[in-house]
Design a protein around this ligand. Structure first.
Ligand SMILES: Cc1cc2nc3c(=O)[nH]c(=O)nc-3n(C[C@H](O)[C@H](O)[C@H](O)COP(=O)(O)O)c2cc1C
Ligand code: SF4
Ligand code: SF4
Length: 377
């Protein structure tokens, strides 16, 4: 397997695959990760409580039977954990603190260990929320933005762990991106049970940040649904306790998919409302009444501008070919998983594999969404 099969980069770090272990306080330490997450592309340890106030809150949580990491020397604990972890993947450390200084000190240590700092804006235990920590940070966006801003001055790579639907998802994603975070880690918990896939799709469309999707993944089918809504990485927590080989299985399956189709988190078509905006890469020439028009409008393009941008990209690439396809060029063709003998015979004639075709479609999606006419930059 090529080390760069997934081409997943964040700052100076490269992830070997898009499967992550998500943090569980009192559980996910280096011993747990070394045993159950050695194949993961990303391992998130913690959450660690960095100051007296959060450690006290964690002690209260333990008193009612939950697990937490508490320590009188949390920075030393983090350093030891970073030294003890023996996996090939990237490491992140999930942290909580009421005061900014321990966050800055932790960020320095974590950055020097080539790891990622993840701020817990997710915890909903009342002991944490009443001291303004965890989910309470989402209800105080200026404070969260200030924390991100100040941690970023250390040069550390910053992930923000959130729960969807606590506040407006789009407002949340944009605030976190504008404050300078690098990664948005979304627990898309759905009322009742399961994953709120629609929340992931909408957040994907609201931000270009590296997106980690999370909640209720127990097998590759559930992970695939989250990938298809635009998550770059899928993380798992409880599923690993239920099935200790879950991470290894997910890594194996996502690797096979990437080798086979070249775009492991390819979007769905936008026709049925399930595809995120990256799905415009699979859209037809915009000549008929269909959802392409509302989606083009969302990114501020006219139908002509959209068509021109796609043709501009296709020029000089194999997507230019395809006289015998519906719209005369592969640039308008569907996702490889949609059966089509017309497209497939063109691919065969020009010697383009399914994976190479999909890689070009991915580049085209990035080209459209990063286009100056779309970003205004
Ligand atoms: C026991 C337990 C402890 C958790 N502790 C943390 C934590 O400290 N920080 C955090 O950001 N998320 C924490 N989480 C949330 C998980 O990382 C994850 O978002 C959530 O469990 C949903 O994912 P899953 O369905 O794969 O378990 C915890 C979850 C559990 C079950
Ligand atoms: S342009 Fe084609 S792929 Fe896109 S929404 Fe319309 S019918 Fe679906
Ligand atoms: S030729 Fe096939 S793949 Fe291309 S647009 Fe038509 S139906 Fe879709």
């Amino acid at each position: 397997m090529s080390d760069d099969l997934f081409n997943l980069k964040i700052g100076n770090l490269s992830l070997k695959n898009p499967i992550a272990l998500a943090s569980m306080g009192g559980i996910t330490d280096s011993i747990f990760a070394n045993e159950f997450a050695k194949d993961a592309g990303l391992v998130i340890l913690g959450g660690y409580n960095l100051d007296t106030v959060t450690n006290r809150a964690a002690s209260d949580i333990i008193k009612r039977g939950r697990t937490e990491f508490i320590s009188e020397e949390p920075l030393k604990l983090i350093s030891n954990e970073l030294e003890s972890i023996k996996i090939g993947g990237v490491v992140a450390i999930n942290v909580r603190s009421c005061s900014i200084e321990p966050l800055i000190e932790a960020a320095e240590i974590i950055k020097n260990a080539n790891a990622i700092i993840e701020i817990d804006a997710h915890c909903r235990q009342p002991e944490m929320t009443k001291i303004g920590i965890g989910e309470a940070l989402l209800k105080n966006l200026p404070k969260l933005e200030d924390i991100i801003h100040r941690i970023k001055t250390t040069g550390a790579i910053v992930s923000i762990k959130v729960r969807a639907n606590v506040i407006d998802n789009i407002k949340m994603a944009k605030a976190i991106e504008n404050a300078g975070a690098d990664i948005l880690h979304v627990d898309a918990m759905k009322k009742g049970a399961g994953t709120d896939l629609e929340a992931i799709r909408k957040i994907r469309d609201a931000t270009r940040l590296l997106l980690i999707g999370n909640n209720s993944v127990t097998d590759f089918n559930t992970a695939k649904e989250i990938f298809a809504r635009g998550a770059d990485i899928v993380s798992v927590a409880r599923g690993v306790i239920e099935n200790p080989s879950l991470i290894s299985q997910l890594v194996k399956d996502v690797t096979s998919l990437q080798e086979e189709i070249g775009w492991y988190n390819a979007p769905k078509h936008v026709c049925r409302g399930e595809g995120d905006l990256r799905g415009l890469t699979f859209c037809c020439l915009p000549v008929k009444a269909c959802p392409v028009h509302s989606n083009i409008k969302k990114i501020g393009l006219t139908a002509k501008e959209f068509a021109d941008i796609k043709m501009e990209f296709a020029k000089g690439t194999p997507l230019e070919y395809g006289d015998s396809t519906c719209f005369g060029s592969l640039v308008w063709c569907c996702k490889i998983t949609k059966m089509c003998p017309l497209r497939d015979s063109v691919l065969e004639t020009i010697g383009l594999s399914d994976a190479e075709y999909m890689k070009l479609k991915k580049e085209l999606a990035d080209y459209i969404l990063n286009h100056p006419k779309v970003t205004g930059k």
